[in-house]
Structures are given as structure tokens and as C-alpha cells.
Design a protein around this ligand. Structure first.
Ligand code: PRP
Ligand code: ZN
Length: 288
């Protein structure tokens, strides 16, 4: 039997759920994964390793996991020799400076001689060096947000997504250091195994089609024949729309695939042009 491709995903936390959903949307079935560190897909040559996100870049660099899903923030912080393959569009957050609510920080130079606590010392130090600022960086592995109230640091540099953690700790957002999202990374060392390479290419194709589908909607509507041309002009379709006859001879049905955001933009125009019964449906996959 040939070796399975191994993917590392976050065991617990913001990226776990969406990473599993992504695999599912690729038609990969993974059962009974709760509380397990390792599972094998039932219908694809894939093993899933559940790890702490901080450890994923290293596992991938060492080719223990061939690929992984991790935040760009972790990938950049670790600075290891892994290959970023594709941004996945979920897990969006920013690495930001957080300062006490009562403080003001108007210019980046005001960080001079301050103490900043962070779990991202590498990214922060690069940022400070780029801006020619001397500040003291204190590395903490977690609970960074309580450092200012404990008097350990003036400011923090941490991930912000909803902003609730900052608020709860009477901190506020200051400068944005890095925007991050989930990214698919790959080891540089398994390409010489043709089976693994083939499995990876197959998976990547499915991931790409799932990401494309996620942004698209399948729409249907009935339109008077007299306004058909006008309505086709309104629809920014992936391909030319399908026009189908209806039993009511004055009407035809239009089916098309469009970008989700566009759907909301053109809704009003469609109605004004006489379209009725406008439906939109999610799409599972688009293979172009
Ligand atoms: C980050 C960060 C904050 C929280 C911010 O932790 O350290 O604690 O998320 O999110 P919020 O703005 O929505 O409140 P993360 O989930 O990445 O966990 P980890 O650092 O322990 O891996
Ligand atoms: Zn982490």
C-alpha cells in the first residue's frame, strides 16, 4: 500500500473547525476525530494530524506532516523553511499593538524605550527594526493581554480578531503590524515521491474548486421574454447564462453562476427589469 499524504491542522482553536470544513467540502470523509491526534480519511489517501498551531510549521518543515493549515502569523513568526501554497480566506485576524485604553499613541516613534509583551517576538522585532525604534520586547507564550495591568509591559503586540480580548482587559487597538489568515503550507521534501505528489495535486485541485465555489452562487429567476436582453446584461455571469423555456410562453427562466457579492448588488436592478422568483443557492464545487 502506498503512503498516505499527511496534513497537520490545529487541534483546538480558531482554525480547527474551518479547516475540517474545508476538507469536508473537498469530499473527504473524516469520522470520529474528536479527542484524537491522528485519523485517516475513509475515502482519500490522507491522514490528519491534530497539533498545536505553533508546532505546525516545524512538523511541516521536517516533512513529518507533508502539508499543513496554519495562520500566516505563525508561519512568519517561526521563519522556517516551508512553502506557502495558498491563502484560504478564513481565520482572518491582525497582529496589532494593544495599548491601555487611557493611553494615546499617535506616532510610531513614541514606542521608543517602551516595553512590549508578545508571543510574536520575531515579527515584532522586525517591525521595530524597520521603523528604527529601540524598544524592549518581552516574550510570553500566552495571556499576553494581562501584561500591562500586571506592570510587566507598557504595551502588547497580539492577534486581534473580534477585539473582545483587548476590551476585556481594558486595552485598545493601536498600530496594525500584520494582516493574517489561514494558509496552506507544504514541505519542500516530499515532491520526489510520485504517489504523494499526485495525492497532493489532487487535493489542491479540490481545495481550489471549493474556494471558488464558496464565493459563488447559483441563481435562477423568471423573466419576461421582452426584457431578456436587458436582464442578461445585468448579470455578470461566470459563463453565459442558461435560458430555458417555461410553460407560460411570455416568460423564460434564466440560470447563472455569479459572485455572491454581485448577487446583492444586482438584485434591485433585476427586479426593476421585471425578473421574478429570484432564487440563489450555494454551490459545492466549481471545476473550471
Ligand atoms: C488570539 C490572541 C487573543 C485572541 C484575540 O489567540 O492571543 O487571545 O486570539 O481574539 P479576539 O480579538 O477575537 O478576542 P489564539 O486564538 O490565536 O490562540 P493561541 O494564541 O493560544 O494559539
Ligand atoms: Zn497558538
Amino acid at each position: 500500500m502506498s503512503e498516505n499524504l499527511k496534513i497537520a491542522i490545529q487541534k483546538k482553536g480558531r482554525l480547527n473547525n474551518k479547516s475540517m470544513q474545508l476538507l469536508k467540502s473537498c469530499g473527504i470523509e473524516i469520522e470520529n476525530f474528536q479527542d484524537r491526534l491522528f485519523v485517516t480519511a475513509s475515502n482519500f489517501n490522507l491522514d490528519v494530524l491534530f497539533l498545536r498551531d505553533d508546532d505546525i510549521p516545524e512538523y511541516v518543515q521536517e516533512n513529518v506532516a507533508h502539508i499543513g493549515i496554519v495562520g500566516e502569523n505563525e508561519m512568519l513568526e517561526k521563519g522556517l523553511d516551508v512553502e506557502p501554497v495558498k491563502k484560504l480566506g478564513f481565520g482572518k485576524c491582525s497582529l496589532m499593538l494593544g495599548i491601555p485604553e487611557k493611553d494615546e499613541l499617535n506616532n510610531i516613534n513614541e514606542l521608543e524605550n517602551k516595553t512590549i509583551a508578545t508571543s510574536y517576538p520575531r515579527i515584532l522585532k522586525n517591525y521595530l527594526a524597520e521603523n528604527k525604534i529601540n524598544a524592549k520586547v518581552i516574550e510570553l507564550s500566552g495571556s499576553v493581554e494581562i501584561a500591562p495591568s500586571l506592570g510587566v509591559a507598557d504595551y502588547i503586540c497580539d492577534l486581534v480578531s473580534s477585539g473582545n480580548t483587548l476590551k476585556l482587559n481594558k486595552l485598545k487597538k493601536s498600530f496594525n503590524i500584520l494582516d493574517s489568515q489561514a494558509v496552506l503550507i507544504k514541505s519542500k521534501r516530499f515532491d520526489n515521491n510520485p504517489n504523494l505528489k499526485r495525492t497532493f495535486e489532487k487535493l489542491l485541485l479540490r481545495i481550489e474548486s471549493s474556494l471558488k465555489a464558496r464565493k459563488s452562487k447559483y441563481i435562477m429567476m423568471n423573466v419576461p421574454k421582452s426584457s431578456l436582453e436587458q436582464i442578461i446584461e445585468i448579470i455578470p455571469s461566470l459563463k453565459s447564462p442558461t435560458v430555458l423555456p417555461l410553460s407560460n410562453e411570455g416568460l423564460v427562466a434564466i440560470h447563472a453562476v455569479i459572485n455572491e457579492d454581485k448577487f446583492w448588488e444586482i438584485n434591485e436592478d433585476l427586479k426593476k427589469a421585471g425578473a421574478s422568483g429570484i432564487l440563489s443557492m450555494p454551490i459545492e464545487n466549481i471545476i473550471l
